[in-house]
Design a protein around this ligand. Structure first.
Ligand code: FE2
Length: 430
């Protein structure tokens, strides 16, 4: 069999070493030791993985931090929403497209090749939605972009929101969103979940709902989302995002809820960086961190993605499109810092979110797309410890980004002038 490209001597996230990855016609043809043929890329023992996948993001707001001269002073979700409501009407169609294009330039350099973004559809003219529907087509050769119709100011902020959601789906949106905890009453929150899930079922699309993004232990819209996922037969085509109230629920209720989530088959997306920043803002001490009960959810068999949510916008002043940062932080906050936990945390930003987004073409198996990243690390654990930009990013068998390793330069008597951080901790330089 002839190959186009052969990546040699790769270490894989499952721990296999010395593996060669043969690529033909943009797909993985074989993975085994001792292959030959094709143009060779020597991984030299480094980690080769499927790309990073961000299953929860807000592309319409990204890179907008401070553009209207205002910053979120309180660090709360509520101030971020108010700031966004003042800022968004001034953005043009081209503003949305240009910020999205720049974001994806950075994303590709970081090996982030798939993003599910929520898009605010409060504007009945759908300026942002139309702009990002065009961007989805423009970047399709290198980014798998899924668009979520997200009524940021509430499904019931106007009577025509259902029609607007359907119009967004007509534009090519993939997913129905929502934010039941932001409706004016808990009853309206529950009703919004039913209405939105019914639209998704009617149109045959997925659901990804912001759910209970607060510190209120009695905010329990997730149980309604689970109920509707079962009632409408949507199951693993539904994702509950954020779920920060789960942090504050009593243990009996949380245990029952985890069982219900697992039985329904729905997925969970958490946003460790943004929610440790936004939550606990009304607490004195101890300050809650607002993380869903991820180890317990995963132990029950729930697919959990760690996602970025925001980069440089009214909610979050940090972020750099690096999902390794997100997993690194999550591993700390969730006490997933044992070796197995760190390996799982890497999966939570690669394979698990790909599963949530139903990106079946991604994987380290024959016939999967040759969408791969080469990282300066010898294990997924080390990839989180060092969090390097990928040396090489491949899409459909073509190299689309490369980053030279940054090597420190020392001026110390009797010490080396330079070393490679990826190997120096083990006492061997390359
Ligand atoms: Fe979000």
């Amino acid at each position: 069999m002839s190959f186009d490209t052969l990546i040699t001597n790769a270490t894989l996230p499952d721990g296999r070493t010395g593996m060669d990855i043969a690529i033909a016609d943009g797909r993985i043809a074989r993975i085994a030791p001792g292959l030959s043929g094709g143009q060779t890329i020597d991984a030299a023992g480094r980690l080769v993985s499927t790309p990073f996948v961000d299953c929860h993001f807000h592309l319409d707001a990204t890179l907008s931090l401070g553009l209207n001269g205002e910053y979120n002073q309180s660090g709360t979700l509520a101030e971020g929403i108010a700031l966004w409501a003042r800022m968004a009407p001034d953005f043009t169609f081209e503003d949305y497209k240009e910020r999205a294009r720049r974001y994806f330039d950075i994303a590709v350099s970081q090996g982030l090749l798939a993003v599910r973004t929520h898009v605010d559809v409060t504007d009945p003219d759908l300026v942002a939605a139309k702009a990002l529907a065009e961007v989805k087509e423009e970047v399709a050769d290198y980014i798998d972009l899924q668009l979520v119709a997200f009524p940021q100011m509430g499904f019931y902020c106007r009577e025509t929101m259902g029609d607007t959601i359907r119009e967004a789906l007509d534009l090519g949106f993939d997913v129905v969103g929502g934010a039941p905890h932001l409706e004016k009453t808990a009853e309206l929150g529950r009703a919004s979940i039913t209405a939105l899930c019914e639209i998704a079922a009617e149109r045959g699309v997925m659901v990804d709902m912001h759910c209970d993004e607060n510190d209120d232990p009695n905010s329990r819209h997730i149980e309604t989302l689970v109920y509707e996922a079962e009632r409408l037969g949507l199951h693993d085509r539904v994702t509950g995002s954020h779920l920060t109230s789960m942090h504050s629920m009593d243990n009996f209720y949380a245990a029952r809820l985890i069982t219900r989530i697992a039985a329904s088959g729905i997925n969970v997306a958490v946003n460790p960086a943004v929610n440790t920043h936004l939550q606990g803002r009304y607490d004195s001490y101890p300050k809650r961190r607002g993380m869903a009960r991820v180890p317990e959810l995963m132990a029950a068999g729930v697919t959990v993605g760690f996602a970025q949510d925001c980069v440089l916008d009214p909610w979050y002043p940090l972020g750099r499109c690096a999902l390794g940062d997100v997993a690194f932080l999550a591993a700390h906050v969730l006490h997933m810092t044992d070796v197995a936990g760190l390996g799982r945390a890497f999966d939570n930003v690669t394979t698990a979110p790909a599963g949530i987004m139903k990106l079946d073409h991604l994987g380290l198996e024959p016939r999967c797309s040759a969408d791969l990243v080469l990282l300066d690390a010898t294990s997924s654990w080390e990839a989180l410890r060092l969090r390097p930009a990928p040396r090489m990013v491949m899409r459909r068998g073509q190299v689309i980004a490369e980053t030279a390793p940054s090597l420190p330069r020392l001026s110390l008597p009797g010490r080396p002038q330079s070393f490679d951080p990826a190997t120096y901790f083990q006492g061997a330089d390359k």
